[in-house]
Write a protein that binds this ligand. Structure first.
Ligand code: 5GP
Length: 201
């Protein structure tokens, strides 16, 4: 079976992490990004992110260690190239939960190897409610994230798939169905390709 790079984007508060947490760990490896933002209460270094300072982040950029990186909400975020190796050496699909600019940068690097999924809220009102209810951010930060969410939503149609997260369980089923369908595309199915190539006609 081919290992995929699955790029997942969507506004803050849309429920991406809750959705991704429902996927089986034996099939999926969740990329851990590097960031210069401060940990939120409960976040653990090396699990949620690698929390590093700006100097270290800039040095990593210099050494060309990132697949992609961006600066958003006054902080740097980046995916280290080593995450691909970690996933594929365990024969798992790599999941990247990144914002839309980073996602578009990966398209030119990976072509068909990567699939791009956007998670959308059912409405802006619902998104605002979820952001406020999270209670992890100041009022200003919530506003900032809400403004950025509207910008991100404009990119949705660029993605291969859009999942509207009305109901977590349903969104998760849709996500799994997409992966299953993608794995059955003829150019990914190695044994099918061999079978076709050996047809004696
Ligand atoms: P948060 O601060 O809420 O954890 O993340 C803010 C945004 O940064 C989210 O949209 C998240 O998906 C995105 N993000 C996290 N890690 C990366 C990364 O490595 N690269 C890019 N481009 N975006 C990231």
């Amino acid at each position: 079976m081919e290992n995929l790079i699955i790029v997942v984007s969507g506004p803050s508060g849309v429920g991406k992490s809750s959705l991704l947490k429902k996927l089986p760990l034996e099939d999926f490896y969740f990329s851990i990004s590097h960031t210069t933002r401060s940990p939120r209460p409960g976040e653990i270094d090396g699990k949620d992110y690698y929390f590093i300072d700006e100097k270290t982040f800039l040095e990593m950029i210099e050494r060309n260690e990132f697949l992609e990186w961006v600066k958003v909400h006054q902080a740097y975020y980046g995916t280290a190239k080593s995450e691909i190796y970690k996933a594929f050496s365990q024969k798992k699909h790599l999941i990247l939960d990144i914002e839309v600019i980073g996602a578009t940068r990966l398209k030119s690097q990976f072509g068909n190897k990567a699939i791009f999924i956007f998670i959308s809220p059912p409405s802006l009102e619902e998104l605002k409610k979820r952001l406020e209810n999270r209670g992890t951010e100041t009022k200003d930060k919530v506003e900032q994230r809400f403004r950025r969410a509207k910008e991100e939503l404009r990119f949705a149609s660029w993605f291969d798939y859009v999942i509207v997260n009305r109901d977590l369980e349903e969104a998760c089923q849709t996500f799994k169905a997409i992966i299953k369908a993608e794995l059955n595309r003829p150019f990914r199915n190695i044994s099918f390709k061999k079978f076709i190539n050996n047809l004696d006609v």
